[in-house]
Design a protein around this ligand. Structure first.
Ligand code: GDG
Length: 497
């Protein structure tokens, strides 16, 4: 018999949507980050609960819009409210001006403001209280990402001794970089209060273990393989690597739909000159957009014979605009795009098509399906789901993936992708040239390999391997509630616009 009393509780900084107050009405904007893409299909229709900030600092009754979103998404949602100052210091500050740059090896971008740290701890306690109120002993509490590293310690203080898992979506830095963090010992102590600490790659896990050995006295690490065991202060903590993924089937099926095919056809009709190279990123300095544009310029300088035969479509999705550095990045991207277009445009051909907005799901899939080359060159990335989504949606199996060595996805996809160092402008320019000239047979072979790897290790594989390591059980422990699983709700389940 199904046990519906057991819940999977996901906790992340944000709920999988943003609420905005427009003319006295709540406007619901679906979330579009990697975490949402990965977790929404897993939680759906299992009686699960997602706890997070609803994206608004207006604190009023939002139960009506929440009910509507929950019914559509197939899981319940519990808001944790934050005011402007809290968002400024905990989210923009400690999370995104300290941990985010430092953990992506960009220490010179950090602002180590002590007020941020105090606010971070305060908000982590608030999340812990919300979890305590909503959970029972049988639930599995699964905390996501660097905004909430301190939640387990607070839960332990509140007397919760059930299993608590943590998964870090961003990289964990090497010791030489982590050591700069003023609150390094506290962060390690926080993470040791979880029962399972998951990272994207073996490299991240190795970095974490190295930091533990350097800062935590009397720590013992045992084991081999995907999950290691750490003994500390009478507790056993498991530490593993779990490369996150996507709902492969859903992407490939939707990419094969008529709506997407029609959209893809229009994209190519509008860009008739040869091959499309695609870049899709949130506005972020870690995604390597500036280096990518410079590489494309070098490619155009070196290969005038390919002018008019390639077009770069660069989509930048607005993100974290209230942090000044992000705004400066946008200005720099736009300056460089217009400089390159100014230099190379010829009648009937503009080398870079620049899009600054969130694409609809259909548009996104149409670009994935139709682009001959995906140029994914982050300077550092936890995983990079765009790389996996591109391959899953490439149903003609003729696309080429150019991928940064520093994306977490590189560990799994290096055999089928053209690998590049994103800082090496000449190497990336030559990779574009190579991708352009690959034969159909070579492209088919490489793409098939990539698709095999991604479909085998899809999002369900990921969640099951995490849950097995955390609670010796899998997603079936939280069975689907078929009564809610109607055809109508299925067709409207997409949480994307
Ligand atoms: C963090 C880590 C890790 C993008 N543009 C549009 C859109 N997207 C969706 C993509 C994809 C997601 O956003 C981006 O995921 P990434 O993995 O590339 O990057 P982050 O947001 O930085 O995610 C990352 C991830 O967490 C998961 O662990 O891989 O390393 O940084 O799913 O499809 N979706 C729509 N329109 C867009 O224009 N609808």
């Amino acid at each position: 018999m199904n046990d519906f009393s057991k819940k999977l509780i996901i906790i992340s900084n944000r709920l999988p949507f943003v609420l905005e107050r427009v003319e006295n009405q709540w406007k619901i904007i679906p979330g579009s980050g990697g975490l949402v893409t990965a977790l929404a299909p897993v939680l759906r229709n299992r009686g699960g609960l997602w706890i997070g900030w609803p994206g608004t600092t207006i604190q009023s009754d939002i139960s009506k819009p929440l009910e509507a979103i929950s019914a559509q998404a197939g899981f319940s949602m519990q808001p944790v409210f934050l005011n402007d100052e809290e968002i400024q210091q905990y989210y923009m500050g400690l999370s995104n001006e300290v941990i985010w740059p430092l953990f992506h090896d960009l220490q010179s971008y950090c602002n180590f403001n002590p007020d941020y740290w105090e606010m971070y701890k305060k908000i982590n306690s608030r999340f812990a209280s919300a979890i305590k109120d909503k959970s029972s002993g049988d639930d599995f509490i699964w905390v996501h990402d660097y905004h909430l590293m301190g939640v387990a310690e607070e839960l332990r203080r509140l007397g919760i001794d059930t299993k608590i898992g943590y998964f870090q979506h961003i990289p964990f830095p090497p010791l030489d970089i982590f050591i700069k963090l003023p609150w390094r010992a506290e962060i390690l102590r926080f993470l040791l209060q979880y029962d399972l600490v998951g990272f994207q790659t073996v490299r991240d896990r190795r970095n974490f273990i190295q930091c533990l050995k350097a800062f935590v006295p009397k720590i013992a690490v045992k084991g081999k393989g995907q999950v290691l065991s750490v003994r500390f202060a009478e507790r056993n903590i498991r530490v593993g690597s779990f490369p996150i993924s996507i709902d492969y089937k859903e992407f490939s099926q939707q990419a094969g739909s008529k709506e997407v095919a029609d959209n893809a056809w229009y994209i190519h009709e509008d860009i008739p000159n040869g091959k499309i190279i695609l870049g899709i990123d949130r506005l972020d300095y870690t995604k390597g957009i500036i280096y990518r544009l410079r590489s494309f310029r070098t490619f155009l300088e070196r290969h005038p014979e390919l002018h008019r035969r390639v077009t770069l479509v660069q989509v930048v999705v607005p993100s974290r605009r209230s942090i000044p550095m992000y705004n400066e990045l946008k200005v720099e991207i736009e300056r460089l795009v217009s400089e390159i277009n100014g230099q190379f445009t010829k009648s009937g051909w503009v080398p870079i098509h620049y899009i600054y907005r969130t694409l609809t799901r259909v548009e996104l899939l149409a670009y994935y399906r139709t682009a001959e080359i995906a140029l994914i060159t982050p300077l550092k990335d936890g995983m990079n789901l765009v790389a996996k989504e591109y391959c899953a949606s490439n149903i003609e199996q003729s696309g080429v993936l150019i991928l940064s060595e520093f994306a977490g996805a590189a560990a799994q996809l290096q055999k089928g992708a053209i690998m590049v160092n994103p800082y090496n402008i000449e190497e990336v320019a030559e990779a574009i040239h190579k991708a352009f000239h690959m034969s159909l047979k070579e492209r088919n072979q490489a793409m098939r390999k990539l698709q095999q790897i991604i479909s085998k290790t899809d999002i369900y594989w990921w969640v099951n391997s995490y849950l097995k390591a955390a609670i010796s059980s899998d997603l079936e422990t939280f069975p689907r509630m078929e009564e809610y699983y109607t055809k109508d709700s299925l067709s409207s389940l997409s949480i994307f616009p």
